[in-house]
Design a protein around this ligand. Structure first.
Ligand code: EJD
Length: 400
């Protein structure tokens, strides 16, 4: 009888090699077509899923595929985490249930209605400034500036030192891959940046009433402990800036590369939200996530041993032709419901309403004020072990 373990195909691809981080799509196709679950020659401790069906199945079986052993390549059962583990990202029920409830209330749809006017005013101010300028760096002048202003403002972090958030984010997302050159470069800046981040998780550094202060209020109310509070503020500072910067940057890239799609958005600015959503599917900001098998199990009939790391290729699943017709096409009239750029299951992005609010507002202001959005030169990438990130995106914005 065939041994299901050896039936898993082994591929000689390295998802963290610079060429695959630069252009992951040919690799994604190879991985999807090789089978529902594959092994990678250079990474003996993992199995990988690149098809939509299996990624979805793994993410939605959180009892079998846990997060508490880390959601990066490192297995926290064997290795010391790079930083004290997140109480939400790297946690399982029942801890996760408690912390998630607090963050989920602070970031609820009702709260989005309250912050919307503030976020909208800033989107208008920034886009206007970019239109005035005419030629811009879509990353430095817009995609970075906007989240770096509105999100720390909402959390209640002061103006000084916000660039530390970018350095910290780079490190957090690089730390989910192997200990390669990208990781080492980020880790060199670990100590000074971590000290700044942890200081800004303390109550005295957080404006009363902001998201950060609301975490401390939840501790006062007994929902979480006062020891847990700074660690949950840290989650805001880890996950709230780099993610949306790259979501916006990738959306600008998608529109600049696809003038026919921009014309559709121009004609109907209410397509801003679906245009952002489709950009998430097309260029998934978080490309990958891991789970860890909590027991011997199977994926698509193939045996997976306890403690195996499972690499979920979100970006590959989001372009799986089994799920999406013409998956490589950026089409703002598509219904991209079911994409997993924001995850799936109990760990699905708790800040997704904020991310979508930022995306919708920026794209709708652009749609109303910019006739054409065109590249004026080649873009450059900022390689990261987890994030799909641009470094520069030279654009010309023609006023409407
Ligand atoms: C994340 C990929 C945290 C944390 C939570 C979420 C992320 C990172 C950090 C968002 C990962 O709790 O520290 S997209």
């Amino acid at each position: 009888m065939a041994d299901p373990v050896v039936d898993i195909p082994v591929l000689g691809v390295d998802p963290y090699a610079p060429e695959n981080l630069t252009d992951p799509y040919p690799m994604h196709e190879r991985m999807r077509e090789a089978g529902p679950v594959v092994r990678l020659a250079g990474y003996p401790t993992l199995v990988a899923c690149a098809r939509h069906e299996q990624v979805h199945a793994v993410l939605n079986d959180h009892d079998t595929f846990i997060s508490g052993a880390g959601v990066g390549l490192a297995n926290f059962n064997r290795e010391t985490p790079f930083r004290p583990r997140s109480l939400i990202l790297e946690a399982d029920p029942p801890l996760h249930t408690t912390t998630r409830a607090v963050l989920s209330r602070i970031l609820s749809p009702k709260v989005m209605q309250q912050i919307r006017p503030v976020f909208a005013a800033e989107a208008e101010r920034l886009v206007d400034a970019c239109v005035q300028q005419g030629t811009i760096d879509g990353i430095g002048d817009l995609a970075q500036r906007y989240p770096l202003k509105v999100f720390p403002d909402a959390v209640g972090v002061g103006d000084d030192g916000r660039e530390n958030l970018l350095v910290y984010g780079d490190m957090v997302f690089n730390s989910m891959g192997p200990r390669n050159a990208l990781f080492e470069k980020s880790a060199a800046r670990f100590a000074s940046v971590t000290a700044w981040i942890m200081a800004h998780c303390q109550r005295e550094h957080l404006r009363p009433g902001g998201f950060g202060d609301q975490i401390w209020q939840a501790a006062d109310a007994g929902e979480i402990t006062h020891e847990q509070a700074p660690m949950l503020v840290r989650s805001f500072l880890s996950a709230g800036v780099d993610t949306t910067i790259n979501g916006l940057g990738n959306a600008l890239f998608a529109l600049a590369q696809n003038p026919d799609q921009y014309a559709k958005l121009r004609a109907d600015p209410t397509l801003a939200r679906p245009a952002f959503e489709e950009a998430l599917r097309w260029e998934s900001t978080a490309q990958t996530f891991f789970r860890t098998a909590a027991r011997d199990t199977t994926i698509a009939g193939h045996a997976v041993a306890e403690d195996t790391k499972v690499l979920c290729m979100l970006a590959a699943a989001n372009r799986d032709p089994r799920k999406w017709p013409d998956p490589d096409r950026y089409d703002i009239e598509r219904r991209p419901t079911g994409h997993m750029a924001l995850g799936s299951g109990i760990h699905g992005c708790v800040g997704q309403a904020v991310a979508r609010l930022e995306g919708e507002l920026i794209l709708s202001v652009i749609a109303r004020r910019v006739a054409r959005i065109e590249p004026t030169g080649p873009h450059t990438r900022r390689l990261n072990n987890t994030l799909r990130a641009l470094d520069t995106l030279p654009l010309r914005l023609t006023p409407a």
